[in-house]
Design a protein around this ligand. Structure first.
Ligand code: GLC
Length: 742
């Protein structure tokens, strides 16, 4: 017996075929969507606006165990946190064979920095400043996710943040809108394929999140109030979301936070005026986890029904786990509180993505067990993870060339994180597992020889147990150098993991201090998901290597950097302050009316207990070699409104080993109708130089790079004087001047 749904779908194709005769040859995407829409009941339409988590993974406060029945009844058209071919096929078969119309499911998952092969956390990837590698990371993540039955990822996270107390800085690209925008584009290309060809079974739909300005919670406390000027929002926070939308991302996720008094999930200005009208976004908007019903907590809706109504009026299309649409939208349409147009528009946008993914042509296109076996943990994927991990590491200090270590040296490795594989994966590890992975200690032993590699726990990554201190000190006495692996537990950053202190937790630093009494070189290897206050460790350690959480191949990548098999090339994507009291501290600050360089000692913008400087500035990172920069030459010092000038600088590798350098371009608008930042990143190039080699690096400067939201809130440039800076970080730069003509 042909099931009703198959029959109806068959009928729908017949209808389309008949219509096709009267339609232009190509059945356009919208015509295909409408041919399904017109078959749907109101219940089925609202079912497509409902996204439920499977119980395979829980990423929020609630779960509805009845999702299988909801799929069958058509009450749920999309599932997240489900993966593997076997499980997604099982759920897809329920949708396609048992629901009335057989509309295929979307399967969403947080494939943030890897699916099974895990790459460095996103903040770590950002530290590579290597867009090709970042795109490769997203590409591999998409391939493995697609091979596991997933067709939609909740990434890239595009939230700019200057708040190291906020745990989710680990998932982003740091403080800078230019770097964050380029990375967002690279990630969309990686997930959706270079030409956004979602019909390719190894591409998945991207999701720009968390729209918007979720990265600016007051006091760095997750989910907290966000309040900023429209100018700051448009000049800084909006840019990476905009870049990701322009790159073709087909979905956007609304954020938990309010922005200037209106929660994002009910914010018409954000969703309709900015996202859909100004940015031209044509895809669908999904909420974050129960962020619809959380409008009640925000105090803008009296109950879940009112919350759902606010959201659908703000043109939210899909409700993640809140079930407000599922429970109340039908009645709201029938009673005229909401319109059928709102529902039809939402369902059209959702069906479009399902058609673009090819799910109507083949609902099981992501369910291929052979591909799953072949592609998960493919050698080339693990190799990619290793290379991205190496590139993400930032050398913060290297006194007396303590690093690189030399094979055969007696090394004392100390710290709980040196033996942890779970922590290497970071907080959003998706389906990554770690039981087969090698730890940092494993890899150092393999490289340096077990006989040359001593280990002692020393202390745990948290708590104040000092009972292992003496044993560690004894071990260290027998070593040439000490490698202390310290930092945060991987769950001390990520969602709902804000901290009031950004110091290294527990007594890890105390042990470093105790070890300095041995007068042996101490290398601190950091594992952390946020900028830390390293003011104490920067004095105690001879070398500091920032490794973030470096993923499945992190152990080998860290070992190879420590022993000089790879020369570290990472640069900080976020400022490291001297202490949390300076936060927010970021390089694109305003000059103020009493800048620190004024001649008097008192009346200027400063602290009485700390300098204004960061410990390590944005864009900072050392190398095992050294680089020198020539003076900048400009093709012209006068930029016309329809012209361009070229800034050129010669970068030389003045050391003994080859290395990579991130050459950074900053610009300052000296006089504006509003105050302007003292620097803004406007370009960068990551280059490789052999020992002794020099390269001429050029940047093209065009007027559009100088545009901003002016006093009257129009967007554009203002003529006048500018400074241009080029260097290896935001502080140590060469500078020159140019003018923009009227
Ligand atoms: C979480 C996160 C969001 C994630 C979603 C689904 O609460 O805020 O980033 O994509 O729920 O897991």
């Amino acid at each position: 017996m042909i099931r009703l749904s198959v029959f109806i779908l068959f009928a729908c194709y017949i209808v389309m075929a008949i219509e096709a005769k009267s339609l232009p040859k190509t059945n356009t995407l919208d015509q295909r969507v409408d041919s399904v829409l017109k078959l749907m009941t109101l219940d089925e339409k609202i079912g497509q606006m409902n996204l439920l988590t499977s119980d395979w993974d829980v990423t929020g406060p609630s779960i509805n165990k009845g999702y299988l029945a909801d799929i069958k009844s058509g009450r749920c058209g999309n599932i997240f946190n489900a993966h593997t071919v076997a499980y997604t096929r099982k759920l897809q078969e329920v949708a396609v064979k048992e629901s009335r119309l057989g509309i295929p499911l979307l399967f969403g998952y947080d494939v943030i920095h890897g699916h099974k092969t895990i790459f460095p956390i996103s903040l770590g990837e950002a530290a590579s400043w290597d867009l090709e590698k970042i795109e490769r990371s997203a590409r591999v993540s998409a391939i493995e996710a697609a091979a596991s039955g997933i067709n939609w990822t909740f990434a890239p996270m595009c939230d700019i943040s200057v708040e190291p107390r906020w745990g989710r800085v680990s998932e982003g690209a740091g403080e800078d809108p230019y770097l964050g925008s380029r990375i967002a584009e690279a990630r969309v290309r990686g997930f959706q394929g270079k030409n956004n060809n979602l019909a390719d079974p190894l591409t998945i739909a991207a999701c720009v999140k968390h729209f918007a300005a979720y990265g600016a919670p007051q006091a760095g406390r997750d989910y907290n109030t966000v309040d900023m000027s429209e100018r700051t929002f448009r000049d800084v926070y909006l840019l990476p979301y905009k870049a990701a939308v322009k790159a073709g991302a087909v979905t956007v996720m609304s954020s938990f936070n309010e922005l200037n008094g209106v929660p994002a999930t009910a914010n018409k200005w954000l969703m309709k005026d900015i996202l859909r009208k100004e940015l031209g976004f044509k895809g669908f908007i999904v909420t974050d986890y129960t962020s619809v019903t959380e409008l009640v907590n925000h105090g803008v809706a009296k109950d879940d029904a009112a919350a759902g109504l606010l959201s659908v009026k703000a043109s939210i299309d899909m409700d993640m786990q809140g079930e407000a649409f599922a429970k109340y939208l039908k009645n709201q349409v029938e009673t005229g509180q909401a319109t059928i147009k709102m529902v039809n528009d939402a369902v059209r946008r959702i069906l479009r993505v399902k058609f673009q993914l090819g799910l109507f042509d083949d609902p099981y296109k992501y369910c291929n067990t052979e591909r799953e076996k072949k592609l998960i943990y493919a050698p080339e994927h693990l190799e990619a993870a290793y290379k991205v991990a190496r590139s993400s590491m930032v050398l913060l200090k290297n006194a007396n060339n303590t690093l690189p270590l030399h094979k055969g040296e007696k090394i004392a490795v100390i710290g709980e994180l040196a033996t942890s594989t779970r922590d290497l994966l970071g907080s959003w590890k998706a389906a990554g597992n770690w039981d087969f992975m090698k730890s940092i200690l494993d890899e150092i032993k393999a490289y340096n020889g077990a006989e040359n590699t001593l280990y002692s726990l020393g202390c745990k990554k948290m708590g104040n147990d000092r009972s292992e201190f003496e044993a560690a000190i004894e071990i260290a006495k027998g070593a040439d150098k000490i490698v202390m692996v310290v930092g945060e537990d991987c769950d001390w950053s990520g969602e709902a993991s804000s901290r009031t202190s950004i110091k290294i937790p527990g007594v890890q630093s105390e042990l470093i201090e105790r070890l300095t009494a041995l007068n042996k070189p101490i290398v601190v290897v950091l594992m952390n998901g946020r900028p830390l206050d390293l003011s104490k460790e920067s004095k105690l350690a001879d070398a500091i290597l920032e490794t973030w959480y470096s993923g499945t191949k992190g152990g080998k990548a860290i070992t190879d950097v420590l022993f000089g098999e790879y020369n570290p090339s990472g640069k900080l994507p976020m400022t490291f302050p001297q202490n949390v009291g300076q936060v927010p501290l970021y390089y694109y600050a305003k000059n103020t009316g009493r800048p620190i360089y004024l001649p008097n000692d008192k009346y200027k913008s400063k602290y009485i207990d700390c300098t204004n400087d960061p410990l390590y500035p944005f864009g900072f990172g050392l190398s095992y070699t050294t680089f020198s920069y020539s003076d900048i030459t400009l093709s012209n010092n006068n930029l016309t409104n329809d012209g361009a000038i070229e800034a050129t600088i010669t970068v030389s590798n003045t050391g003994k080993v080859e290395g990579e350098e991130v050459v950074q371009l900053y610009i300052r608008d000296l006089i504006g109708s509003v105050t302007r930042p003292v620097k803004e990143l406007k370009g960068f190039q990551k280059i490789a130089l052999k020992a002794g080699e020099s390269k001429k690096i050029s940047f093209k400067i065009t007027p559009d790079m100088l545009a901003f939201y002016r006093l009257d809130m129009t967007y554009g440039t203002e003529s006048g004087d500018f400074k241009l800076f080029i260097g290896g970080n935001s502080r140590d730069v060469k500078e020159t001047n140019f003018t923009l003509a009227k």
